[in-house]
Design a protein around this ligand. Structure first.
Ligand SMILES: Cc1cc2nc3c(=O)[nH]c(=O)nc-3n(C[C@H](O)[C@H](O)[C@H](O)COP(=O)(O)OP(=O)(O)OC[C@H]3O[C@@H](n4cnc5c(N)ncnc54)[C@H](O)[C@@H]3O)c2cc1C
Length: 681
């Protein structure tokens, strides 16, 4: 090859590569190059029509306290403290991303003071009842929509510190602490986790002994791994904490108990014998001051033991109505379920923010034309873009019903329902938060480069909400507890030779559902088929799990080890349980709506939810619940449903009812908000 032809090859290759990288289609030869007119922004509302009443849909999704939510949205939008800014002629609120960690922490506290003065927290701890609880949850959800740090700082103070006093404490604690907590006269935190022990709370190493001479408990951090770690509020603001500690009485360890200890005085100085350090900068949630605490033989009054489960008499005798240490420990943890309930629910609100922004953007953003000189195509008109976002939208709808169901069973709890609530809150907390993280990543990518701008929220929410998979029960550990509980029900029903009752396992008493060998479109969209397929999967996986655990035991493994070794099927079972129960809650919500276009759209959304779960879980094929042909039919139906849901996409995200100010500029006129005049503002 001579040098000229080799240069030609190189320059041709470079041209091809450049076109490829810039994704520029080659210009047709006969088209003259003209200067394009600037793109005109066209609001999504102009082209999209609403087939159902979005306010009615919002009522179904929010479920409760819509007026209270709107009131708090309004309070936030009115105040300079919430960083209001005008972009493209629209108001947006949200945290100031340029602030340092210290500034963010101080700002979170100022926002709390403002909300406290406006009466937002009235009755949160001093009043009781399902209505009070639901209002509290609705308002906390709104704070989370503004900023995760704000809602977590509130959550630690009200739900963890305040909740521990309510549930582990007795009248003397309620009288002394609840009102002052509600008014922020005391600022509480919750010290359970240690450097050496997180998920395994029973293994914590903090030690508390009793001195009958002074009638005081003595709390001690015996070694570095016993330092309290990650304690929200401890680094800067908290005056008091709940301390979880082993209780040693007369040389015998009575297990983990909860105590109240003061860690700072009103001027912010550390209390004697208390050392506090900062956990430092985190990947998100920097408006919360997570800290570490060491207790150097700190003395507290005997009355500071939270004694609803067990007590120590003045002369140092241990008394508890619950003799079994396992049950006693469970009783201590049961009231903490509220955290999982609010985490599950707020995860779904974050998914709504991500979807509202990404779908609105995809209805105003165009890329490439399919005909020469033709108009560029709206992102959401690409079937592939629909396939990325609309199944996630359907899952978010279904999970919204699940979150509402969870809140209702929680606020109506009775001692008998505590196992059910534990299992459902564990399963839904893990499933909904995992869904949220996956969704935010997809929505971030769906917005291209704009998704990486912090002011557009989605990317930032990933860092802020990642922690939801870990705190208040690590998701993987929680899911193990779900499958363990299902196995427990299985063993007990078989031992007692009694029908299954509870945890949604009643379907196991019926004959095994049969999946038709050929699935038509109408069968695939039929709720009975969808329920049957999900029940079949759960039933089979529970049988398999029980058989595998028992096989390991027959081979000489302990029950615990047999369970650990059967982790794969345990994971599949946990997922099968969650997805089936979510479907159930969605079907129940659907039945509350009378016939009409809204019900029709909900039917499409529900079918999309059920079919995408089947498409994504390999166990349907692995264990043969679906034949390869039926699995292919499911896939085709998902694609058809994408096309049918596309016209309702805007209405479905508008129904979330999140005010525009809490979304982001790319959800609206992103040309105006990025214009030069906007820079000069
Ligand atoms: C930002 C933030 C705020 C927090 N706020 C508080 C607070 O205010 N108060 C408080 O007390 N705590 C708080 N925590 C602590 C939190 O609750 C713990 O981080 C959580 O319980 C997990 O414990 P760990 O970090 O020790 O992880 P580990 O328990 O060490 O888990 C590490 C990994 O091991 C896996 N794993 C653990 N056990 C098993 C098992 N049996 N089988 C298989 N895998 C297993 C887990 O799935 C996880 O992936 C906070 C944490 C963070 C990050």
């Amino acid at each position: 090859m001579d040098s000229k032809s080799s240069t030609d090859v190189v320059s041709r290759r470079t041209r091809v590569l450049t076109n490829h990288l810039l994704r520029q289609p080659p210009l047709p030869r006969d088209v003259a190059v003209e200067t394009n007119e600037c793109l005109q922004f066209s609001p999504a509302e102009l082209a999209e029509k609403y087939d159902f009443d979005t306010m009615e849909m919002r009522k179904l999704l929010d479920g409760h306290n819509l007026q209270d939510r709107d009131w708090l949205y309004g309070l936030i939008m009115q105040s300079k403290l919430f960083n209001p800014r005008d972009l493209g002629g629209k108001l947006f609120v949200g945290p100031d991303y340029n602030q340092s960690m210290e500034q963010q922490r101080e700002m979170t506290m100022k926002r709390i003071d403002y909300l406290c003065e406006r009466g937002v927290f009235n009755g949160w701890l001093t009043e009781k009842g399902t209505e009070v609880d639901l209002r509290k949850m609705a308002l906390q959800e709104v704070t989370a929509i503004f900023d995760h740090s704000l809602s977590i700082k509130l959550g630690v103070h009200f739900f963890l510190w305040g909740g521990a006093i309510q549930f582990f404490g007795t009248k003397r604690h309620h009288d002394k602490w609840l009102r002052d907590t509600e008014n922020y006269v005391v600022k509480g935190c919750f010290a359970m986790t240690e450097l050496g022990h997180g998920s395994n709370v029973r293994g914590i190493e903090t030690v508390t002994t009793y001195d009958p001479n002074t009638r005081e408990f003595i709390i001690n951090t015996p070694c570095e791994s016993a330092q309290k770690y990650w304690i929200g509020g401890a680094a800067n603001h908290a005056t008091h904490t709940i301390v979880f500690s082993q209780l040693i009485i007369n040389g015998s360890n009575q297990g983990v108990h909860a105590f109240i200890a003061q860690i700072r005085d009103a001027d912010g100085n550390n209390f004697p014998n208390v050392r506090i350090a900062d956990c430092g900068h985190k990947i998100g949630l920097n408006g919360v001051d997570n800290g570490r605490i060491w207790f150097d033989n700190v003395r507290i009054p005997r009355e500071n033991l939270l004694n609803s489960v067990a007590d120590v008499s003045p002369d140092g005798q241990y008394v508890s109505a619950i003799k079994d240490p396992d049950q006693r420990f469970a009783a201590f943890l049961a009231p903490l379920t509220s955290g999982r309930v609010t985490i599950a629910s707020s995860a779904i609100y974050m998914s709504k923010i991500g979807l509202a922004i990404a779908i609105r953007y995809s209805l105003t953003r165009r890329a490439f034309s399919v005909t020469p000189n033709g108009p560029e195509v709206l992102l959401l008109d690409y079937p592939s873009h629909q396939r990325r976002l609309l199944p996630l939208l359907a899952k978010t709808y279904a999970m919204s019903s699940a979150a509402n169901f969870l809140k209702v069973i929680y606020v109506k709890r009775t001692p008998e329902s505590s196992k059910t609530i534990h299992v459902f809150s564990s399963a839904f907390k893990a499933t909904l938060t995992w869904h949220n993280m996956r969704l935010l990543q997809e929505c971030r990518e769906a917005c291209g480069g704009q998704g990486l701008k912090t002011e557009n929220r989605i990317g930032h929410l990933k860092g802020e909400y990642d922690v939801q998979g870990t705190f208040e029960g690590d998701n993987n550990v929680l899911m193990q507890q779900v499958s363990k509980a299902l196995l427990g029900e299985y063993i007990s029903a078989h031992k007692k030779k009694k029908p299954f009752q509870g945890l949604g396992l009643e379907h196991m008493n019926n004959p095994c559902p049969i999946i038709p060998s050929e699935l038509t479109s109408s069968t695939l969209r039929c709720s009975q088929f969808q329920t049957d397929a999900f029940c079949l999967r759960e039933r089979d996986l529970l049988n398999r799990f029980a058989a595998e655990v028992s096989q390991y035991q027959a081979n000489g493994e302990s029950k615990e080890r047999a369970f650990i070794l059967s982790y794969q099927v345990a994971e599949e079972l946990g997922r099968a349980f969650s997805e089936k129960e979510i479907l159930q809650t969605f079907l129940e919500a659907e039945t509350t709506i009378s016939t009409g276009s809204m019900k029709n759209v909900l039917g499409l959304v529900r079918s999309m939810y059920a079919l995408i779960c089947m498409e994504e879980d390999a166990s349907f094929l692995r264990y043969g619940y679906l034949s390869p042909e039926n699995a292919a039919a499911v896939r085709r139906e998902v694609s058809k449903l994408c096309g049918e849901l596309r016209p309702h996409a805007l209405a479905l995200v508008s129904s979330f009812g999140i005010p525009d100010a809490f979304l982001s500029p790319i959800a609206f006129n992103w040309i105006d908000s990025n214009s030069w005049s906007s820079v000069q503002h």
